[in-house]
Design a protein around this ligand. Sequence first.
Ligand SMILES: [Fe+2]
Length: 383
Amino acid sequence: MTAYRFYMPALNHMGAGCLDEAITDIKTLGLEKALLVTDKVLVDIGLVSSVTEKLGGAGISCEVFDETKPNPTVKNVEDGLKQLQSASCDCVISLGGGSPHDCAKGIALVASNGGAIKDYEGVDKSAKPQLTLVCINTTAGTASEITRFCIITDEARHIKMAIVDKNTTPTMSVNDPSLMQGMPKSLTAATGMDALTHAVEAYVSTADTPVTDACALQAIELISTWLRTAVFDGDNMEARDQMAYGQLLAGMAFNSASLGYVHAMAHQLGGFYDLPHGVCNAVLLPHVEAFNSRACPEKLARVAAAMGVDISGLTDREGAERALEEIQCLSWDIGIPEGLEILGVKKDDFGILADNALNDACGLTNPIQATKDEIIEIFDAAF
Ligand SMILES: [Fe+2]
């Protein structure tokens, strides 16, 4: 094995009730005023006021920015940054799922580096660490609370910019499953399939390492065991806890191994039609892995084994087939739409979507590189 590295926030809180301990740790960072980046749903259910109260008790006052859209935009980052500057905040705290975390990363990165968020599209384009960023997570999940990935929609170009930068790694992450208990079924399903996609894409990635493989396989096992229960019995705290752990491991895997064409293609659907990220991934995942199975059938067979399939006596090809079936079955069981057509995707757009997907940094570590025609064929198979 050649030398390798992996990325993680320095401090990560896990488990039911860990938010209180995390706030004690936030207090030790010497911060006074935070821009709390969140969304209106979390304001409406009262979670934002309960967290700002706790932070207030620890001596940190909060300026709330609740404009984050489900696919956070360049304008969200610009507006949040203005609010941070006019209120003289010394740190950013995000509360929510991947959208508030990504928006917060964009704000914190531009706050310390200057310029505009589009200047940082690509890999490691920033010069300085971002402002102190604490991510309090409420979904399972994008794992954005631990990653160096920040995805921002450029409304002008109708694309999602992938900003992959070690300086966007949060300072601290908080995964308290009691904050995930209230997630509706459809959000639990979509975010859970996003996490499964992270694990599978990281596992077959050309940049995988022993550390990322171990995380990915354990994540696949946990998610395939617990996602159905988390969707259909949202108050089951063991399922919420195991999903919080599973999505974290999936995040640890892709944060260093990166992703593949599922994300490269899903980003385009999200940017073009403003569709939910997890749903796009779930629909594309079996079709992209069917394409990948010519390059890494042995790895996909191990994915099947991690999902509980007995692969003894099967060839790698047969094992890979079983992985695709298991993924599809899980996806349909939890109510993910069957194809892109139902989501409003248009075949006429496949050409431009394929061009943009081939420019997305996530595709670089896909196990085999595809031509534009092959990407269009995958979109077509998922239609
Ligand atoms: Fe994702």
